[in-house]
Design a protein around this ligand. Structure first.
Ligand SMILES: C[S@@+](CC[C@H](N)C(=O)[O-])C[C@H]1O[C@@H](n2cnc3c(N)ncnc32)[C@H](O)[C@@H]1O
Length: 414
């Protein structure tokens, strides 16, 4: 069964409630989708799994409903955000730090304290992306954060810092990829680094209080660095223990769709996450394959159509879906009999050929012992994704991308 349902569009919805306001990220799931899915499928559910948890939208929603959550993602920035969004902290201690940080930043901004002795980080292209003065202020904030003893409080500050890094860099706003603002605008770009950091901290504190007041339960959330194409060790998730999966997988490989690693690179570098520039190569479809034996007629036909036009692009598609299949088999091995999986996917176009990812997702789950229940088609009014992107990865070259999403729901039979 497959049908359109505008009730899933959530046109006017506030997508920034609770801790959902903490940090932007490409192609975030909107909380209302996870919420509605949890409401429909949460009978007797104790453990939710999100294999591509990103910033943890479905984990936050599960946590609010007293459901334990496990999330995995390869991007360290995404994992940090997901952790902070699901971790309560002591607000009184937070307030003490906020006051202290505010006082220190006031003293520096108005020249009462010195800022000269701070050591600047030394990563590739730092001068290309940040003015020297901005580097100094960011280094002071980083140093302040590193001296916070409580790790959860430190991480709370790190999330606000990450967005501050992005806002204060020469990155063109509203782009996923790293694109620098035009030269003529560089001179006049003088961000108020401390002011930006403080406003993010205050916004996030408000969201956290809202989350903690609504949570009122003992649900736990654990987030792991894990490649979803590897088989899942029992130490992360025991076999057949998951009651519900709600996730939004990537639309395709990072090079030709959403470059999660590139989006996060500057923040990852400032946060000292190693190999920040390598993330995109390790995400789904990052390692290229020439062929794969797929158990989906429609996928085989689609690949053959693309092969006739462009063999290289066909390889991108093969590589992505080979990883996707492995990851679906892994998800299947940890889900219980009767468990529901809800995959929110987009059908992208490659070389003018529409890739029916929703049907492929259904096929892959069916070959892993699931029964397809339904696919709901929704419009995307407010997902943080442009309706245009650059499939060739060339700045300025645009083509239409995804305007609908498909929520594929299957149930485990064995
Ligand atoms: C569409 S985003 C998820 C967004 C998330 N639902 C949210 O609301 O923030 C897809 C995520 O998949 C992650 N990812 C891609 N390939 C992966 C892999 N092989 N293993 C684990 N995570 C991967 C990316 O880092 C990205 O965060």
């Amino acid at each position: 069964m497959k049908y359109s349902d505008t009730k899933w569009d959530f046109k006017q919805a506030d997508t920034k409630e609770f801790t959902h306001c903490f940090h932007s990220y490409p192609a975030m799931m909107i909380p209302q989708i996870a919420r509605k899915l949890i409401k429909s499928y949460s009978k007797n559910v104790k453990l939710l799994f999100d294999p591509y948890c990103g910033t943890g939208t479905s984990l936050v929603e599960a946590n609010l409903k007293n459901i334990d959550g496990i999330g995995t993602d390869l991007n360290p920035l995404a994992r940090l955000i997901a952790k902070v969004k699901t971790t309560p902290i002591n607000i009184q201690t937070l307030d003490l730090y906020l006051k202290d940080f505010n006082d220190k930043s006031f003293a520096i901004r108005f020249g009462i304290a010195t800022k000269d002795e701070i050591k600047l980080p030394d990563f590739k292209n730092i001068d290309f992306w940040f003015a020297k003065n901005t580097q100094k202020y960011l280094a002071i904030i980083k140093d302040y954060i590193n001296n916070i003893e409580d790790i959860n409080l430190q991480d709370f500050f790190r999330v606000a810092f990450s967005e501050t890094v992005r806002d204060c860099s020469f990155t063109k706003k509203g782009e996923f990829k790293l694109v620098r603002i035009p030269l003529k605008k560089l001179q006049s770009f003088k961000p108020d680094v401390f002011g930006i950091m403080i406003s993010k901290l205050l916004r996030n504190k408000k969201g956290l209080i809202e989350f903690m007041n609504s949570k009122n339960n003992g649900a736990n959330t654990n987030i792991y660095s894990f490649n979803s194409t590897y088989s899942i060790p029992q130490s992360i998730i025991p076999e057949k223990s998951v009651d519900l999966v709600i996730t939004s997988p990537p639309y395709g490989d990072s090079r030709t769709t959403v470059a999660y690693g590139q989006f996060s690179r500057l923040a990852n570098q400032w946060l000292d996450y190693d190999d920040a520039s390598q993330i995109d190569n390790n995400l789904m479809g990052g390692k290229k394959l020439n062929n794969y034996d797929f158990d989906s007629k429609i996928l085989i036909e689609t690949i053959s159509k693309i092969q006739n036009k462009d063999n290289k692009r066909a390889k991108d598609v093969i590589s992505f879906f080979a990883d996707y299949y492995k990851s679906i088999s892994n998800v299947s091995s940890v889900t219980k009999k009767g468990a529901y999986i809800c995959y929110v996917v987009g059908n992208r176009t490659v070389k003018d050929t529409k890739i029916p990812t929703d049907i492929i997702t259904k096929d892959f789950f069916e070959s892993n012992g699931f029964k397809h229940k339904k696919t709901i088609i929704r419009n995307i009014p407010n997902k943080r994704m442009p309706s245009k992107n650059s499939p060739s990865n060339q700045v300025g070259k645009k083509s239409s991308t995804i305007k609908n999403e498909y929520i594929v729901i299957c149930q485990k039979q064995i």
